[in-house]
Ligand binder design. Structure first.
Ligand SMILES: C[S@@+](CC[C@H](N)C(=O)[O-])C[C@H]1O[C@@H](n2cnc3c(N)ncnc32)[C@H](O)[C@@H]1O
Length: 180
């Protein structure tokens, strides 16, 4: 009995610890996801990546809207990856969620990148994109700009306010569009 409890606690601890990584899992609000998909301007046959795909919501939503696309995501902490696999399973969409570090992924076949990361990784990512992305690949970034790369468009995505008495001064997160 005691042994079972220890094993359960260890499994739970491993799962919880696996959720922690230098870029935390913070999901993009669904309204922003829809906005990013619109800005990506899918034709319907592209290969799209989400580097650090979280629960795979962006890829699932894109695949639902454009069934002909190839959707690939990378996720590093095993707990978050399992969450993504579960969500993909329940969505019945063909989304390829890979367990691994996106820095080591070959993204040279990408037509569209949907990302939501942190400013600290943007420099590394730009270097990777400069080497690997083909000309014309669209990169849609939620929240953060890519330093040293000029965006073709930046828009704010207005989110509903939960506080009617004190509406937010800023009008929601920015979404940056780049063309490589
Ligand atoms: C801010 S969340 C965004 C999740 C999802 N893209 C979304 O917009 O809802 C960033 C995700 O990147 C993942 N991540 C961070 N570093 C990673 C790496 N080197 N390789 C793969 N995934 C990583 C984190 O685990 C986290 O789930």
């Amino acid at each position: 009995m005691f042994g079972m409890m220890v094993v359960t606690i260890l499994i739970l601890l491993t799962f919880i610890m696996s959720l922690w990584v230098w870029v935390p899992f913070v999901p993009t609000p669904n309204k922003v996801v829809d906005h990013m998909i619109k800005l990506a301007g899918f034709r319907g046959d592209e290969t799209v990546y989400d580097l650090g795909c979280g629960d795979a919501r962006m890829l699932i939503a894109a695949k639902k809207k454009h069934p002909g696309i190839k959707a690939i995501g990378y996720e590093l902490p095993i707990g978050v990856w399992m969450l993504a696999e579960l969500r993909v399973l329940f969505s019945r969409q063909k989304v390829d969620v890979r367990l691994g570090d996106f820095c080591k992924a070959d993204v040279s076949d990408a037509d569209i990148m949907l990302i939501y990361l942190v400013p600290e990784v943007m420099n590394t990512l730009k270097k990777k994109f400069d080497v690997e992305l083909k000309k014309g690949t669209k990169v849609i970034s939620h929240g953060f700009a890519i330093p040293g790369k000029e965006h073709v468009l930046v828009e704010r995505c207005e989110l509903p306010s939960w506080n009617f008495l004190k509406p937010p001064k800023q009008k929601g997160p920015r979404v940056f569009v780049y063309e490589w």
